[in-house]
Design a protein around this ligand. Structure first.
Ligand code: FCB
Length: 467
């Protein structure tokens, strides 16, 4: 819907929110009975995180949650996606609940309720209890069962305050970064463990979904990071097209197809698929039971073109598909953020329409979208993050166009509310619409916070400036 001033409107009731994750913002790493998570362990091992940073303090949001909720309310945001730290609720990942951990989330949820902010709760945003990792982590089937148990505890304790649950955040990243390439916790470089983890994460999603539903959860979904895979240089190149299908299966299909259709993708390399012995009868049905919605995290696409991985040109890297005559390429015309991630709003439009085609009518939420930038406080005491304003502008335009063209998008959560602990990058990458001075914990809303706030209040995105 276009309004009189050329703005693109969003459907009535569209959710405007921001997203965070427990380990990235809470701090309070070992109080109130919390057990260690894999990220506590990993971040304390020298060499794993830029600058030797850890999440011990982060944004101190465990203590400052009232201030953070007030901040969201002042921006007119009506939805908040946050995650529960499993080891706060079950310090060792098994056994009885730690009531002090649950009390914290009750208090946070009550505070949100008082400000009219609707919660979307992620049960797993990467902070596995260390004791479960000591027994093999997601490479072991039992963890999927423990995860469902933890989901039940959360549903019982918090279900009266939470209508929308997300089981897992980005299982692709857990499996690849955590178990295959090792730049995330638990830091393994073990392809077999990664393939097993993929299946057990998905099974955990399915079992937790059942557990949540059994306890009356209204809406249950999963969040996947999705990336359009584009072949450059036109069609007709068989090698590039086959690399495109393999890459798509590796990053998207390996998670999307089991969840939507109960099957692993035919184009996935055999080494990434769980060995048949790990897939018990009935698993794929558990994994593919009905979703109430799908959460999509969108950051960037992947481009492929013909090339020689043994003789790389500028902006090329070897294709992750392992294809011999194909390379991944980062087009020079596209901006790159300080993460090295390409900025391409059309990719968001594409992914929304593609998923809508594969799962007609399934409500979609963009559960993360945003960018890192070199933010700083200027002499006026302000943070004028024009790159992020432009990013949000183009991506929200893309989202509005996708809705116009048939995507059933129900909400958008900007990543992130606050600058926070950006995993292997520590505090050296800022994604917030609110600046955090980590020395003083002072929060300063950036220009992007004001821009986003206006869009949320108007439920419409203004036209892009000409040129
Ligand atoms: C996503 C993560 C999120 C954040 C953003 C930048 O992959 O889900 O926690 O780190 O990237």
């Amino acid at each position: 819907m276009t309004t009189a001033n050329g703005a693109l409107g969003f459907p009535e009731g569209f959710s405007w929110g921001s997203a965070t994750a427990a380990y990235q913002i809470e701090g309070a790493a070992n109080i109130d009975g919390k057990g260690p998570s894999v990220w506590d362990t990993f971040s304390h091992e020298p060499g794993n995180i830029r600058g030797g940073d850890t999440g011990d303090v982060a944004c101190d949001s465990y203590r400052r949650y009232r201030e953070d909720v007030a901040l969201m309310a002042s921006l007119g945001l009506k939805a908040y996606r946050f995650s529960i730290s499993w080891p706060r609720v079950q310090p060792g990942g098994r056994g009885p609940a730690n009531s002090r951990g649950l009390d914290h989330y009750r208090a946070l949820l009550d505070e949100l309720g008082e400000h009219g902010i609707e919660p979307t709760v992620t049960l797993y945003h990467w902070d596995l209890p260390q004791e479960l990792q000591d027994d093999g982590g997601w490479a072991v089937r039992e963890v999927a069962e423990r995860f469902a148990e933890y989901a039940s505890i959360c549903a019982e304790a918090l279900g009266d305050r939470v209508a929308r649950w997300i089981t897992l955040n980005e299982p692709q990243v857990v499996s690849n970064n955590g178990y295959r390439h090792g730049q995330h916790a638990p830091g393994l470089r073990d392809p077999q463990a990664a393939a097993a983890a993929t299946h057990h994460l998905l099974l955990g999603h399915g079992l937790a979904t059942q557990a949540l539903r059994d306890l009356g959860a209204a809406e249950v979904g999963i969040t996947l990071d999705l990336h359009p895979i584009r072949a450059l240089g036109g069609t007709g190149d068989g090698d590039v097209e086959s690399a495109r299908l393999i890459t798509d299966a590796m990053v998207n299909g390996l998670y999307l197809e089991p969840v939507l259709f109960g099957r692993y993708p035919v184009h996935a390399p055999a080494g990434m698929l769980p060995p048949p012995a790990l897939v018990a009868g009935g698993d794929m049905e558990i994994i593919s039971q009905r979703l109430d919605f799908l959460g999509i995290n969108y950051y960037s696409p992947v481009f492929l073109r013909a090339g020689d991985p043994a003789d790389l040109r500028r902006n090329e890297v070897p294709a992750r598909s392992g294809s011999l005559d194909v390379v991944e390429y980062r087009p020079g015309r596209l901006e790159r953020t300080t993460m090295g991630w390409l900025v391409d709003a059309d990719g968001l439009y594409e992914i929304l329409l593609e998923v809508s085609k594969q799962a007609p009518g399934l409500p979609l939420y963009i559960t993360e979208n945003g960018r890192a930038a070199e933010d700083y406080v200027n002499p006026l005491g302000e943070v004028d993050d024009i790159e992020r304003v432009r990013y949000l502008h183009t991506h929200l335009q893309a989202a509005a166009r996708a809705i116009r063209d048939g995507a059933s998008l129900a909400g958008y959560f900007v990543w992130s509310l606050l600058d926070n602990f950006e995993w292997a990058w520590g505090y050296q990458r800022r994604f917030g619409i609110v600046f955090v001075d980590f020395g003083t914990q002072r929060r300063i809303p950036k220009s992007s916070a004001r821009f986003y706030s206006e869009i949320a209040r108007a439920n419409a995105v203004p036209p892009l400036p000409a040129g």
